[in-house]
Write a protein that binds this ligand. Structure first.
Ligand SMILES: [Zn+2]
Length: 231
């Protein structure tokens, strides 16, 4: 196996990983639908979805470690003689097995998409409960949409968010690409990333504080649909 073949495989693994991420978002979406109309069957469904999410998180984590180790091992042989290529796959296997054996399933609970799953399902459930108490007759999505319309734009880009992320520390929202870009820029300047929302006291926004807010994303999408119907 040549190094370029290795790199090709790594990049297809990466795109596979992106698909896993999309799959996890879809599963979360379905679980949110179930949580909006809770009954025993929905409960069972949500449990199954949670198990799926955990499986995906595990796979995602393993791909991360695998890619990491392959990169490590190949960079080591890069500097050596071509003969070193022969032991490559054994070396990767050995290190991967060792690393994986040290991992615990408990850590998966901290996987960003697992956190997002739990948070979004819980919020959907609470929201449905609240709505049925407040106005059992009138579940008009339009009302909710107009009320929160103001919050749909990203404080960084000033345009409507595509992938809203909620900061669990200060509860502000930003679009994923914009906030990750800002964090990266600040990191390269060795500065803390302040929350870009005017008046917010959060001076240290970290990637680990951000949770994808699928409820908000749904509202934005539903507003877009309604909006395009009106025009
Ligand atoms: Zn903030």
């Amino acid at each position: 196996m040549s190094l370029s073949a290795v790199h090709g495989t790594l990049s297809s693994l990466k795109s596979c990983q992106a698909d896993i991420g999309t799959g996890m978002d879809i599963v979360t979406d379905v679980a949110m639908d179930l949580a909006e109309a809770p009954d025993e069957e929905a409960d069972q469904g949500i449990k199954k979805m949670e198990a799926m999410i955990l499986e995906c998180a595990k796979l995602d984590r393993e791909i991360n470690y695998f890619v990491d180790i392959v990169q490590q091992v190949t960079s080591e042989v890069n500097t050596q003689q071509p003969e070193a290529m022969f032991g490559l796959s054994d070396k990767v296997k050995e290190r991967f097995t060792e690393r994986i054996s040290k991992l615990s399933d408990g850590e998966l609970q901290n996987h960003q998409k697992v956190v997002a799953f739990k948070e979004n399902v819980k919020n959907s459930f609470n929201q449905a409960k609240q709505e049925s108490v407040e106005n059992p007759e009138q579940l008009d999505e339009d009302i909710a949409v107009t009320q929160s319309q103001v919050n749909f734009s990203c404080p960084l880009t000033q345009v409507v968010m595509v992938n809203p992320m909620k900061n669990k520390k200060c509860n502000h929202h930003y679009d994923e690409a914009a906030i990750l870009g800002l964090i990266k820029t600040k990191q390269s300047q060795k500065k803390n990333c302040r929350c870009p929302v005017v008046g917010c006291g959060n001076t240290d926004v970290r990637q680990s504080d951000l949770i994808p807010d699928q409820i908000l994303r749904r509202r934005i999408q539903s507003q877009k649909r309604h909006g395009s119907n009106r025009t």
